[in-house]
Design a protein around this ligand. Structure first.
Ligand code: DSN
Length: 419
């Protein structure tokens, strides 16, 4: 055990016990929440390092505190690697997480009251994409587009008509529960017609873009891409705003001093490490494997007559309509899978008639399972366990039997950062 953990064990056994419990939980089951992942040991080391002691308001070379020799080094490394990995002209690596990074973009590039065209929350958008309960939804005039009723993909005719009617200053794509690829060229064409800034929130699939497994919005002329760093990218909790050069100054000012004070330099160091990893062939293979596994899981579930929103997936996410598939609401489905050590999250589906805490589906994703080394064959076994459990949610002995199988199976797969 390293000295930091030994000190924790000796001096705060309650927190130490909870930490050990969480490690055991993360090893014992299959993690399918698509926004979660297992980070690298190097990232854990940086997060727990002395960089957490340092205030670094400002940017490399222009700080408001002394003692910045090493913080400048790591922030420059993170920015340069981000630009290389995402093929963009500017990177701000200071946002504390996803919500702050999106807020910094809106507040830096737009005026309160301006119109933003973004996806409705229940169709796959995020809270910060203008959900009425969010502060951003109150500050800006969000107009929402939705997915079409036929195949559940984005209806560009309706989106274009809405853009022509509302003349948004910004058009936003990139989602948290939309399992399909994004036609960036089509978005860009609509945005150019109305003179809108183009923004992608790539939080979920940023790692898949970084690993060249999915399309890069900058290759289609997008202006701004935001991404969290802890999902498919496998880094620390944090956010980045990537952009074309003309937006750089406004975005930097918006992040600091506009929205935040001191960046979390331990997270910035960890982001630099993460982006170094993202430059390797082994990360690119990981990104491809995430997609292969998602397809394999989708096909296996479809083969068992389960109903997936949009009928499948192009990315790392599957949205399973549990009401249609098993007659279970998403909460019951989530609880049933929890009982067999398979972790998912309840999920609203497009035009869901049910409330958010008891919605009609669950959301499932493959980044974490793939980080443990699980393969397409493993996804087929996983689908069998999921279907067997969801078909008999009240059969305690069946659930116990599946749970034992899942736990035994997981023992074969070391957990990065733990084992
Ligand atoms: N909480 C994230 C997710 O699960 O998709 C989005 O913020």
């Amino acid at each position: 055990m390293d000295s930091h953990l030994a000190a924790l064990e000796a001096n705060d056994p309650d927190v130490f016990a909870a930490l050990k419990g969480e490690e055991a939980r993360q090893k014992a089951g299959i993690e399918l929440i698509p926004s979660e992942n297992y980070t690298y040991p190097e990232v854990l080391a940086a997060l727990g390092s002395v960089f957490t002691n340092k205030y670094s308001e400002g940017y490399p070379g222009r700080r408001y505190y002394g003692g910045q020799t090493y913080t400048d080094t790591i922030e420059n490394l993170a920015r340069d690697r981000a630009k290389e990995v995402f093929r963009c002209e500017h990177a701000n690596v200071q946002p504390l997480s996803g919500s702050a990074m999106n807020q910094a973009v809106y507040l830096g590039l737009l005026e309160p009251g301006d119109t933003i065209l973004a996806m409705d929350l229940s169709h796959g958008g995020h809270l910060t994409h203008g959900a009425p309960v969010s502060h951003m939804g109150k500050l800006f005039n969000f107009v929402r587009y939705v997915t079409g009723p036929v195949d559940g993909s984005i209806d560009f005719d309706a989106l274009r008509a809405s853009a022509l009617e509302h003349k948004p200053k910004m058009i936003l794509c990139g989602y948290t529960s939309y399992p399909r690829d994004i036609d960036y060229a089509a978005f860009k064409a609509v945005a150019d017609e109305v003179g809108a800034i183009t923004m992608t929130d790539a939080s979920h699939f940023g790692g898949l873009v970084a690993g060249n497994a999915m399309a890069n919005p900058f290759d289609h002329g997008f202006d701004v891409v935001t991404t969290t760093t802890h999902k498919s990218l496998r880094g620390p909790r944090g956010g980045m705003v990537l952009s074309r050069k003309p937006f750089a100054g406004k975005i930097d000012k918006s992040v600091f001093p506009g929205l935040q004070g001191g960046p979390h330099m331990n997270a910035v160091a960890a982001i630099a490490i993460t982006l170094g990893k993202a430059q390797t062939e082994s990360f690119r293979q990981y990104a491809r494997d995430v997609l292969t596994n998602a397809k394999a899981l989708a096909n296996a579930l479809l083969g068992a007559q389960a109903s997936l929103v949009t009928g499948g997936t192009d990315n790392h996410i599957l949205v399973l309509d549990t009401v249609k598939s098993f007659g279970l609401d998403g909460r019951k489905a989530e609880e049933t899978l929890d009982a067999v050590s398979i972790t998912t999250n309840k999920q609203i589906i497009p035009d869901d008639p049910n409330p958010p805490l008891r919605p009609s589906g669950i959301r499932v994703g493959t980044p974490a399972a793939t980080a443990r080394g699980m393969t397409a064959d493993d996804m087929e076994r996983l689908a069998v366990w999921m279907v067997r459990a969801l078909q008999a949610p009240d059969d305690a002995s069946r659930l116990a039997e599946i749970d034992a199988e899942v736990r035994a199976f997981c023992e074969q797969f070391p957990v990065p950062g733990i084992d």
